[in-house]
Design a binder for this molecule. Structure first.
Ligand code: UTP
Length: 292
């Protein structure tokens, strides 16, 4: 069965980026000239998604505005003859069907996904976290969708992380079933240092079966007092196949300040016109610092 819908949770408080996130949704922070959420919506569209469901909250209306048609801006750009930027502005607002649901309180990622239950209905769906960016020739979500196409079962994106960082992630236990695939038997959210069952971390891309919803609805708050998607996956794995794919691509955690800076440098260097002068600037700066 084809995965048509993607849920993008965007209702979190973004406390690691305060004070900026007091007024700007973290999901709209920009990499060069594009908000984080735009990158993941583009990835979803390239992966065959036709319907995006944002989970939003108070203060996040600008996310919906970003994907809306702005007739006044379009006619202004038309009048100025700004063809290139006009084409892009039009594309953003027309590339995919978007809708949103509210999470009234930030009760955790699992709860945010549960808020999209009615909008998703009884079909498999994707979840994409807008602060996890993956740069890859084949979009990360498309890689997961292929595994889902072969198995018909839930599949999550996995990345190897250094053992000293496992306590920051949801970590899996499982058996390898192919060069990059695992059948997962257990998920642990943020295991205390030294207790992780592996160094394979779940990152922000999932294809889930709708049976996850009743599991989410029955969960008590877990790590950090939040309803954790990892806990629901752990319960699901006890009764159904759940697969993991070590995806091919470069991932940045843009939800963290250092990760966001690294992502900014990565995407700026990839930019056709900005990349070469930015590289020169970086090299000059490093040479000056190194010379001190
Ligand atoms: P994070 O935990 O990275 O985001 O959630 P956060 O809570 O907003 O940020 P910090 O930790 O306080 O800095 C990953 C994604 O899940 C969404 C966030 O908006 C982000 O896109 N999320 C998180 C929700 O939609 N609801 C929640 O209750 C929690």
């Amino acid at each position: 069965m084809k995965v048509r819908k993607a849920v993008i949770p965007a209702a979190g408080l973004g406390t690691r980026f305060l004070p900026a996130t007091k007024a700007i949704p973290k999901e709209l922070m920009t990499l060069v000239d594009r908000p984080l959420i735009s990158e993941v919506v583009t990835e979803a569209v390239k992966s065959g998604i036709s319907d995006i469901i944002f989970v939003t909250a108070r203060g996040k209306a600008a996310i919906e505005d970003y994907f809306d048609i702005d007739a006044a801006l379009e006619s202004h750009l038309e009048g100025k003859g700004s063809e290139g930027v006009l084409r892009e502005i039009r594309h953003i607002s027309r590339m995919v069907q978007v809708s949103s649901v509210r999470q009234k309180e930030p009760r955790g990622l699992g709860h945010a996904v549960l808020c999209a239950m009615n909008a998703v209905g009884a079909e498999p769906f994707a979840v994409i976290l807008p602060d996890d960016l993956v740069d890859s020739p084949i979009p990360c979500l498309a890689q997961l969708a292929e595994v889902f196409g072969n198995t018909g079962k839930s599949v999550v994106a996995l990345q190897e992380v250094p053992p000293e960082e496992t306590h920051r992630y949801g970590i899996i236990e499982g058996v390898q079933t192919g060069p990059n695939t695992f059948r997962i038997s257990r998920f642990v959210e943020k295991p205390p240092p030294g207790t992780a069952p592996s160094n394979l971390a779940v990152i922000g891309r999932y294809v889930l079966v709708p049976e996850i919803f009743p599991v989410l609805a029955g969960l008590e708050p877990g790590s950090g007092g939040e309803i954790q998607l990892t806990d629901a996956l752990d319960r699901l794995a006890a009764r159904d196949e759940v697969h993991g794919l070590v995806f091919d691509g470069i991932r940045h955690d843009a939800g963290d300040k250092l990760g966001f800076l690294k992502a900014t440098v990565h995407y700026a260097l990839k930019d056709e016109s900005l990349g070469p002068p930015f590289m020169r600037y970086l090299l000059d700066t490093l040479a000056v610092r190194g010379g001190r």
